[in-house]
Design a protein. Sequence first.
Length: 157
Amino acid sequence: MISWYLATLLVLTAFLFMEFVAWFSHKYIMHGFLWILHKDHHIRDGRRVEWNDAFAVIFALPAIVFTITGVSAGFDWKFYIGIGITAYGAAYFIFHDVLVHNRLPFLNKLSNRYLRATITAHMDHHKPNAMYNYGFLLAPLKYYKAEWAKSRTVKQE
């Protein structure tokens, strides 16, 4: 049996590592050899289902395998890795599909500096011929600095 400390560490590590996996796969796979699946995501025409949604299934497979094999082995380390990947998937869905692209119209009133900066970076990624900002939950530091500066200016006025 794994201690709660190690279990928590495994979940958090898997969650954080998934941001790198998402960035890497977005830059080199989605904008590379699997562009055929991802390009419809860059055409914002209001569709509820996109070919790009296949990536949700692709990313869910390791989480499912880790979770099931971890349960089968008596809730060993694989279970907690699967939970971390699943938690990242849920965070990604809420951030990207709900908050950024409003594919499900709820939580659209949330606003804070982190969300505004990260959403701005993602929307910049969607500009024609934009080849930058491949992260999902983390954006380049310049977006957070700009948002912080804007919010400080508003408070001073």
